[in-house]
Design a protein around this ligand. Structure first.
Ligand SMILES: Nc1ncnc2c1ncn2[C@@H]1O[C@H](COP(=O)(O)OP(=O)(O)OP(=O)(O)O)[C@@H](O)[C@H]1O
Ligand SMILES: [Mg+2]
Length: 265
């Protein structure tokens, strides 16, 4: 069985791509899915949230050098990012294989042992994000219910459509995860409704609340589990819904859920 490869992408910064990659990684690992986190962001936030020492990771892997895959907890592994990826992004411009490097890497037998690969993308639609989308079967877009959060979504949808058309016809928009939700302000609830009316069933049923427990878990370098807090329950439900959308999809390799018209454009 090949790994199910999922990109967490949104060119908007600070919406929770890295947080959700890490927390979902822990949940999938807990649910007995052997999971590899891949940090394609030169900021390396995902990497720094999981390991201390810089080690040869994605940059080395994409440039043909030796690299390590670190075990974080049982069933959860990391292919580390680093600032060197910024230089790679520049040097790839104009190269014939600029957009398929990550796809080619993940075709290696070594990666077949993973059930899931979660790829954390940088906040841009540049070469590294396109590498993530070309290598992936699925894309999830985390979004904040904040003013302007839907702005820029069209750029993301247009990029997905171009990648589908030119480079990866299999790419499937798996859904939107609404993150950092605070139910008190009326405006936040209104924006959530706007996101739901734009994306329909593509919005994950469970929303991840804004909570200091998320920063606490980050500081303690641990995941969240069901029963420990509201956000622990929420991320567990999101993980289960992810598995449901992928593993229980009756359509198999086809779209797991309806696609908004922009994606098909
Ligand atoms: N639900 C939440 N509750 C509280 N804090 C959160 C939540 N989600 C994310 N954060 C915090 O918000 C900040 C931004 O989140 P994160 O780094 O995951 O976003 P990102 O989309 O990966 O950002 P970038 O675009 O820079 O890569 C982090 O400090 C993170 O700990
Ligand atoms: Mg990030």
């Amino acid at each position: 069985m090949n790994a199910k490869i999922i990109s967490l992408s949104n060119q908007k910064g600070g919406v929770g791509k890295t947080t959700i990659s890490r927390l979902l990684g822990h949940i999938l690992a807990f649910l007995d899915r052997k999971t590899l986190l891949i940090d394609t962001d030169p900021q390396g936030n995902l990497t720094k949230s999981l390991i201390d020492e810089e080690e040869p990771g994605l940059y080395e892997a994409l440039t043909g050098a030796d690299y390590d895959i670190s075990e974080i907890v049982p069933n959860l592994f990391l292919l580390a990012g680093s600032i060197r990826l910024a230089a790679l992004e520049k040097s790839l411009i104009g190269e014939m294989d600029a957009y398929i490097r990550l796809k080619e890497l993940l075709a290696d037998d070594l990666f077949r042992e993973f059930d899931y690969c979660l790829i954390d993308s940088p906040p841009s639609l540049g070469v590294l994000t396109i590498n993530a989308l070309v290598a992936s079967k699925y894309i999830i877009a985390p979004m904040n219910p904040a003013i302007y959060s839907l702005q820029g979504t069209n750029d993301l949808m247009a990029t997905i459509a171009k990648v589908k058309k030119n480079l990866n016809p299999d790419l499937t928009f798996l859904g939107v995860i609404i993150n950092a939700f605070d139910a008190h302000p009326v405006i936040t609830r209104q924006i959530r409704e706007e996101i739901v009316s734009s994306f329909g069933e593509l919005v994950f049923r469970t929303t991840l609340s804004r909570s200091v427990k998320i920063e606490e878990a980050l500081a303690a370098r641990r995941g969240l589990t069901r029963g420990e807090s509201k956000v622990g329950d929420e991320i567990a439900l999101i993980g289960e819904e992810l598995i449901e959308r992928i593993e229980l999809s009756r359509t198999g390799s086809k779209e797991a859920v309806p696609v908004p018209s922009e994606v098909e454009a």
